[in-house]
Design a protein around this ligand. Structure first.
Ligand SMILES: Cc1cc2nc3c(=O)[nH]c(=O)nc-3n(C[C@H](O)[C@H](O)[C@H](O)COP(=O)(O)OP(=O)(O)OC[C@H]3O[C@@H](n4cnc5c(N)ncnc54)[C@H](O)[C@@H]3O)c2cc1C
Length: 377
């Protein structure tokens, strides 16, 4: 039987960050994933300041910054009119901006770092069951392989087998809207160094630049298609955007339905949860992947301390610290989503309200601090 100190199930951004953060401290780690290859699609494109801070100790931040676009402003508009502008450049951090880079880039750089540290992902390897006792956890895989670990971390996403095997509930609900995502080539008045949200009466849309010259367009719509067409993205931008933008090509597109759920606990004995396995929420504010990476960094510190002989109660502290943060993020993104998808008749009133909030410096500072993740330091 193979043995390891920490078995990490799932090699998305959360599992990769955790593995690199443990390997850098010399911990014996096994990282497995059910997929034959890592995902290479765009998905979460906004990396916030706090994430860049927590990736520093594993020497991934400088590599990521080199490949991303720094966007120091986050602006909410109604057509050409600015309702609220968040300026990240005044934030007390070495990274006073949102870094725009596709999730595939973040994952590639994390994996490169794992290889440098002598680690790798064992794949395809699908976790089937977990059984724990006082000294460890026995993991059985669908290929009948058995691994004995001192601790197991579920970084295995929203439909987490680890969470299920640990008997941890995942409370919450779903939104009725689906979200369209497209990385599109645009010409015209598209932003090159800021994230722009258009809160039009016709609905919300987000436009943000990506390093490959495309622009990420996100919009809540009824029944988003699996592969959005140029005509559909054009219509969304015409109806909801500032006008004067032409879509020439959709390089990548997707859709997703969103849920808002938080695991009832992040710990059951020697089994721990992090990332989407522990929380899922609306993409409004771009917090999902960031929160998972930040969970992973916090959990790595905790596991290193416990493996070094620290008290077991540190694992409860991890759960007690990280879970309320997820609840706050779910609440914030829920509020933003509800505001963005208010019934049409209420949208002009909402925009007047936003315009007023946009002139209150402490309110915009507080929101910038929250979206940058720095408030959770
Ligand atoms: C189309 C799409 C667009 C998105 N866009 C955004 C966005 O714009 N902004 C944003 O913030 N977030 C976005 N997200 C969400 C973001 O991608 C997730 O929050 C992020 O990937 C979570 O990382 P994670 O590592 O916790 O989980 P995941 O990335 O889900 O990784 C989990 C891993 O676990 C593996 N796994 C699962 N079960 C098992 C098992 N039994 N055994 C072994 N391995 C297993 C899976 O193969 C997977 O690789 C998007 C997601 C999708 C799908």
């Amino acid at each position: 039987m193979k043995t390891t100190d920490v078995l990490i199930v799932g090699a998305g951004p959360t599992g990769l960050t955790l593995a690199a953060s443990l390997l850098v401290k010399g911990v014996d780690v096994m990282l497995v994933d059910r997929q034959t290859e890592g995902a290479n699609t765009s998905r979460a494109a906004a990396v916030n300041a706090r994430t860049l801070e927590v990736l520093e100790p594993i020497d991934v931040t400088r590599r990521l910054v080199k490949e991303g676009i720094e966007a120091p402003r986050f602006v909410i508009r109604d057509g050409a009119k600015v309702l609220l502008a968040l300026d990240f450049s005044a934030l007390q951090t070495a990274y006073p901006y949102t870094l725009l880079a596709p999730q595939s880039t973040t994952e590639r750089l994390l994996l490169e770092r794992i290889h440098e540290l002598g680690g790798d992902v064992t794949r395809p390897k699908v976790l089937a069951t977990l059984a724990q006792d006082d000294s460890g956890v026995t993991a059985t895989f669908t290929d009948e392989d058995v691994v004995r670990a001192r601790y197991v971390v579920g970084a295995d996403g929203m439909h987490s087998t680890v969470r299920e095997q640990a008997g941890i509930g995942f409370s919450g609900g779903s939104y009725e809207h689906s979200f369209l995502l497209a990385d599109a080539h645009l010409t015209g008045d598209a932003p090159t160094d800021e994230v722009r949200l258009f809160w039009a009466s016709e609905g919300l849309t987000v436009v943000a630049p990506l390093p490959d010259g495309t622009f990420r367009v996100v919009a809540p719509i009824d029944d988003a298609p699996e592969e959005p067409s140029v005509a559909l993205v054009q219509k969304i931008l015409d109806d909801r955007g500032p006008g004067g933008i032409t879509v020439t090509e959709v390089a990548w597109g997707s859709r997703f339905r969103i849920h808002h759920r938080v695991a009832d606990a992040y710990r059951a004995g020697r089994i721990l949860l992090a990332g989407d396995a522990a929380h899922v929420h609306s993409p409004a504010g771009g917090q999902g992947m960031n929160l998972g990476i930040q969970d992973a960094a916090a959990l790595a510190d905790t596991l290193v301390a416990v493996l070094d002989g620290g008290p077991d109660s540190l694992l409860d502290d991890y759960s007690a610290t990280r879970r309320p943060i997820a609840q706050q993020v779910v609440e914030l993104t829920d509020r933003l989503t509800k505001l963005a998808t208010l019934p049409r008749a209420l949208r002009p009133v909402r925009n007047v309200f936003l315009g007023i909030v946009g002139h209150i410096p402490w309110a915009t500072r507080a929101l910038a601090s929250r979206l940058s993740g720095l408030v959770y330091r």
